[in-house]
Ligand binder design. Structure first.
Ligand SMILES: Cc1cc2nc3c(=O)[nH]c(=O)nc-3n(C[C@H](O)[C@H](O)[C@H](O)COP(=O)(O)OP(=O)(O)OC[C@H]3O[C@@H](n4cnc5c(N)ncnc54)[C@H](O)[C@@H]3O)c2cc1C
Length: 473
């Protein structure tokens, strides 16, 4: 076997943090190895955000065309060609992918190795190369950015059926007749609604009594209502017991709901019950790197593991699993190691959007979280059916809910379930970042009839206060 090659830095995984970090380290003159076992760019670009949002856009077109008559427009029969939908998705993924590590990097300092890395000691790894052979590397600093993958629940019979996961479902070349979705988190909700709009019959089976476990009950209930209105069957409090193939490409899913057994017969099964960190094959024990009970790498608020000089970034370290979190992890490391700063994960504001339609944008505390913390809050809530722009666009579903600290008038968080909910949420997020009191937003001039205008009206709708003047929307 060859002698180990020494690097200043090894980055394992080219996810949302690893790619830009490797590029920056190399540009700063650190001799850097970036190891990737699959496609450059990681989950988000290849099998996560980018392809799903591309498909959501196609599904929304199908939905709007079916609703064309609502706008006074006549169309013919709506047909969805999944081969073309998939091609559009593949083209966009291809156009986004593979560019990350070269960005701005001094290539002389950056070596990209295609293969799977595993630790052999605290600062040593070996890489099983795609082309065969094993390389041994050592480094002063190692950055783990290996992400996560769909997990498989221990469901009786699952090995006997061709179950789909979030990756394989996006490669279908035809619309399933009846898609069974196991799991009512954001991935199950996005795919469930999407395939309903493509033309499938869809049943979402959720063990908990609500979809989207993290949300306030009024938000989660409204999500269920929207999905049901779209024709998605949503089974809450329904525990999957077993699954089995049944002739002619059918799948039977047995569930127990409210003490009663029920059997669903579908043509396809999507398993969307969560994701597990890619740590099981890293041999972290050899390096003395600790993991929690779910296998996430344990880090401190500067993202360092218990082994000095070894860091973990993105989904692999647990916590909110979003692209922008992983990217912010990269910024923290860059600030601390390349810019002499002192940045941490402490208190960072993490927004997210569920890309159902209408979107659910969320930032800060939910009402339940605020009350659990014993905060004195006021809740402002405005239906999208009171927002002029939403009515003009005939998309009045959902509401804006904002949680405000009673003593300081500061916004603590919001849920925006409505058209462009993610964008409206981001405006509120910016107000939170600037510590803008709710009264300032209430009295601000926004262009009429932008969706932003709802920020005037929502703060006339505190639940403990009558409107101060007639809303004009
Ligand atoms: C269907 C779906 C939709 C999503 N939609 C959104 C969304 O809309 N918005 C959002 O913010 N987030 C979304 N996410 C989550 C988001 O994709 C992830 O949070 C994000 O990609 C995490 O990035 P990461 O940097 O942690 O690692 P990843 O992007 O997962 O990258 C890890 C990389 O490490 C590589 N790797 C793993 N092990 C090894 C090894 N031993 N050796 C070498 N390489 C290795 C992998 O091949 C992979 O390329 C979605 C996820 C899914 C699955």
């Amino acid at each position: 076997m060859r002698q180990p090659v020494h690097y200043a830095a090894i980055v394992i995984g080219s996810g949302q943090a690893g790619g830009p970090l490797a590029a920056d380290l190399a540009a700063a003159g650190w001799k850097t190895a970036l190891v990737e076992r699959d496609r450059l760019g990681g989950t988000c670009v290849n099998v996560g955000c980018t392809p799903t949002k591309t498909l959501v856009a196609s599904a929304r077109v199908a939905y709007l065309v079916r609703r064309a008559a609502d706008y006074g427009v006549s169309t013919g029969r709506v047909a969805v060609d999944m081969v073309r939908v998939r091609k559009r998705k593949r083209d966009i993924v291809r156009s986004f992918g593979g560019v990350t590590p070269d960005r701005g990097a001094k290539k002389a300092h950056l070596h990209v190795l295609y293969g799977e890395a595993r630790f052999t000691g605290p600062k040593t790894i070996e890489v099983s190369m795609f082309g065969g052979g094993v390389r041994r590397l050592t480094a002063d600093s190692i950055f783990i950015n290996t992400g996560a993958r769909p997990s498989r629940p221990a469901l009786r019979g699952l090995a006997d059926v061709e179950a789909l996961d979030s990756t394989s479902i996006m490669e279908l070349d035809s619309v399933p007749d009846h898609l069974l979705v196991l799991g009512g988190g954001y991935i199950g909700v996005e795919f469930g609604q999407m395939f309903r709009r493509f033309g499938s019959r869809v049943s979402i089976v959720q063990r908990a009594d609500a979809l989207l476990a993290r949300e306030d009950p009024d938000v989660a209930d409204a999500v269920v209502s929207i999905l049901r209105e779209d024709g998605v069957e949503v089974l809450l409090g329904a525990e999957a017991r077993s699954v089995a193939p049944r002739g002619k490409g059918r799948i039977h899913l047995s569930v127990r709901q409210k003490g009663r057994s029920r059997r669903l017969a579908g043509t396809h099964l999507l398993v969307a019950t969560g994701r597990q960190p890619n740590t099981d094959r890293l041999n972290l024990g050899a390096a003395g790197i600790a993991t929690d009970e779910k296998g996430h790498v344990v880090v401190d608020e500067r993202l360092e593991t218990r082994v000095p000089g070894v860091y973990a970034l993105g989904d692999v370290k647990g916590g909110p699993a979003f692209t922008h979190v992983s990217y912010d992890d990269y910024r923290i490391i860059r600030t601390n190691l390349l810019e002499g700063g002192s940045s941490t994960t402490k208190g960072r504001l993490v927004p997210y959007t569920v890309y159902m339609d209408p979107e659910l944008g969320r930032v800060g505390l939910s009402e339940a979280e605020a009350r659990e913390r014993g905060l004195e809050v006021r809740i402002a809530k405005l239906g999208m059916d009171s927002v002029a722009r939403a009515l003009e666009r005939d998309e009045p579903r959902g509401f804006i809910k904002i949680i405000v600290d009673r003593a300081t008038d500061q916004i603590l968080g919001c849920a925006v379930l409505g058209i462009e909910g993610g964008e409206i949420m981001s405006m509120i997020q910016i107000a939170m970042m600037g510590r803008v009191p709710s009264t300032v937003l209430r009295e601000a001039i926004f262009a009429h009839p932008a969706l932003a205008e709802s920020l005037n009206n929502v703060f006339h709708r505190f639940q403990d206060q009558l409107p101060r003047r007639q809303d004009f929307a």
